[in-house]
Write a new protein. Structure first.
Length: 134
Protein backbone atom coordinates (compact mmCIF):
# COMPACT_ATOMS: atom_id res chain seq x y z
CA UNK A 1 0.00 0.00 0.00
CA UNK A 2 1.18 3.53 -0.73
CA UNK A 3 0.66 6.56 1.50
CA UNK A 4 1.27 9.88 -0.26
CA UNK A 5 2.25 12.44 2.37
CA UNK A 6 3.38 9.91 4.97
CA UNK A 7 6.26 12.15 5.93
CA UNK A 8 3.58 14.32 7.63
CA UNK A 9 1.73 13.61 10.88
CA UNK A 10 -1.48 11.98 9.57
CA UNK A 11 0.19 9.82 6.93
CA UNK A 12 3.05 8.81 9.22
CA UNK A 13 0.62 7.66 11.89
CA UNK A 14 -1.27 5.59 9.33
CA UNK A 15 2.00 4.11 8.08
CA UNK A 16 3.03 3.06 11.59
CA UNK A 17 -0.31 1.40 12.33
CA UNK A 18 -0.55 -0.36 8.99
CA UNK A 19 3.09 -1.46 9.12
CA UNK A 20 2.52 -2.83 12.61
CA UNK A 21 -0.41 -4.83 11.23
CA UNK A 22 1.86 -6.46 8.66
CA UNK A 23 1.07 -4.27 5.65
CA UNK A 24 4.07 -3.35 3.48
CA UNK A 25 3.98 0.46 3.21
CA UNK A 26 5.45 2.64 0.50
CA UNK A 27 5.87 6.20 1.80
CA UNK A 28 5.59 8.93 -0.81
CA UNK A 29 6.84 12.50 -0.52
CA UNK A 30 7.63 15.30 -2.96
CA UNK A 31 11.23 14.85 -1.79
CA UNK A 32 12.57 11.29 -2.10
CA UNK A 33 15.14 11.88 0.65
CA UNK A 34 12.40 13.00 3.04
CA UNK A 35 10.35 9.90 2.16
CA UNK A 36 13.34 7.64 2.81
CA UNK A 37 13.99 9.40 6.13
CA UNK A 38 10.36 8.80 7.15
CA UNK A 39 10.63 5.14 6.12
CA UNK A 40 13.79 4.67 8.20
CA UNK A 41 12.16 6.38 11.19
CA UNK A 42 9.07 4.15 10.84
CA UNK A 43 11.27 1.05 10.54
CA UNK A 44 13.03 1.98 13.79
CA UNK A 45 9.68 2.35 15.55
CA UNK A 46 8.00 -0.81 14.21
CA UNK A 47 10.35 -3.78 14.29
CA UNK A 48 9.74 -6.36 11.58
CA UNK A 49 7.57 -4.06 9.44
CA UNK A 50 8.28 -3.23 5.80
CA UNK A 51 8.63 0.46 4.86
CA UNK A 52 10.03 2.00 1.71
CA UNK A 53 10.40 5.73 0.99
CA UNK A 54 10.30 7.16 -2.55
CA UNK A 55 9.16 10.20 -4.52
CA UNK A 56 5.37 10.60 -4.87
CA UNK A 57 5.12 9.53 -8.52
CA UNK A 58 7.09 6.33 -7.95
CA UNK A 59 5.09 5.64 -4.79
CA UNK A 60 1.74 6.14 -6.53
CA UNK A 61 2.66 3.73 -9.31
CA UNK A 62 3.98 1.08 -6.90
CA UNK A 63 0.73 -0.26 -5.42
CA UNK A 64 -2.93 -0.89 -6.18
CA UNK A 65 -4.06 1.04 -3.07
CA UNK A 66 -2.94 4.66 -2.67
CA UNK A 67 -3.86 6.75 0.38
CA UNK A 68 -3.71 10.52 -0.05
CA UNK A 69 -2.81 12.22 3.24
CA UNK A 70 -1.68 15.70 2.25
CA UNK A 71 -3.06 19.01 3.56
CA UNK A 72 -6.18 20.11 1.69
CA UNK A 73 -4.45 23.24 0.36
CA UNK A 74 -2.01 20.92 -1.51
CA UNK A 75 -4.69 18.53 -2.72
CA UNK A 76 -5.20 19.78 -6.26
CA UNK A 77 -1.49 20.23 -6.99
CA UNK A 78 -0.65 16.78 -5.62
CA UNK A 79 -3.36 15.01 -7.64
CA UNK A 80 -2.39 16.92 -10.78
CA UNK A 81 1.25 15.86 -10.30
CA UNK A 82 0.22 12.22 -9.72
CA UNK A 83 -2.13 12.00 -12.69
CA UNK A 84 0.44 10.36 -14.98
CA UNK A 85 1.53 7.91 -12.25
CA UNK A 86 -1.94 6.63 -11.35
CA UNK A 87 -3.57 4.03 -13.57
CA UNK A 88 -7.01 2.63 -14.19
CA UNK A 89 -8.12 0.16 -11.54
CA UNK A 90 -6.14 1.64 -8.66
CA UNK A 91 -8.04 2.59 -5.54
CA UNK A 92 -7.24 6.07 -4.21
CA UNK A 93 -8.39 6.67 -0.65
CA UNK A 94 -8.49 10.32 0.35
CA UNK A 95 -7.82 10.92 4.05
CA UNK A 96 -7.96 14.70 3.60
CA UNK A 97 -10.31 16.81 5.73
CA UNK A 98 -11.27 19.94 3.76
CA UNK A 99 -11.25 22.56 6.51
CA UNK A 100 -11.94 26.18 5.57
CA UNK A 101 -8.67 27.19 7.25
CA UNK A 102 -6.91 25.89 4.15
CA UNK A 103 -8.37 28.84 2.23
CA UNK A 104 -8.16 31.50 4.96
CA UNK A 105 -11.47 30.56 6.59
CA UNK A 106 -12.37 29.27 10.04
CA UNK A 107 -10.76 26.03 11.13
CA UNK A 108 -14.09 24.88 12.56
CA UNK A 109 -15.86 25.04 9.18
CA UNK A 110 -15.60 22.35 6.49
CA UNK A 111 -15.58 23.21 2.81
CA UNK A 112 -18.10 21.66 0.47
CA UNK A 113 -16.18 19.81 -2.24
CA UNK A 114 -17.55 17.69 -5.02
CA UNK A 115 -17.40 13.95 -4.24
CA UNK A 116 -15.95 12.99 -7.62
CA UNK A 117 -12.67 11.43 -8.67
CA UNK A 118 -10.49 12.10 -11.69
CA UNK A 119 -11.57 8.69 -12.96
CA UNK A 120 -15.22 9.73 -12.87
CA UNK A 121 -14.36 12.97 -14.66
CA UNK A 122 -12.40 11.12 -17.35
CA UNK A 123 -15.25 8.68 -17.98
CA UNK A 124 -17.77 11.55 -18.08
CA UNK A 125 -15.66 13.47 -20.62
CA UNK A 126 -15.25 10.38 -22.80
CA UNK A 127 -19.00 9.67 -22.61
CA UNK A 128 -19.76 13.24 -23.71
CA UNK A 129 -17.33 12.79 -26.62
CA UNK A 130 -19.04 9.51 -27.57
CA UNK A 131 -15.90 7.44 -26.95
CA UNK A 132 -17.40 5.40 -24.09
CA UNK A 133 -20.95 3.99 -23.94
CA UNK A 134 -23.25 5.52 -21.32
Amino acid sequence: MTIIGASGALGFGLALRLGGAGVAVTIGSRDAARAEEAAQKAQALVAGASFRGVENGVAAAANELVVLSVPFRNHSETLTNLRSSLRAGQLVLDATVPLAAAVSGKATRMLGVWPVSYTHLDVYKRQKAGAVPR
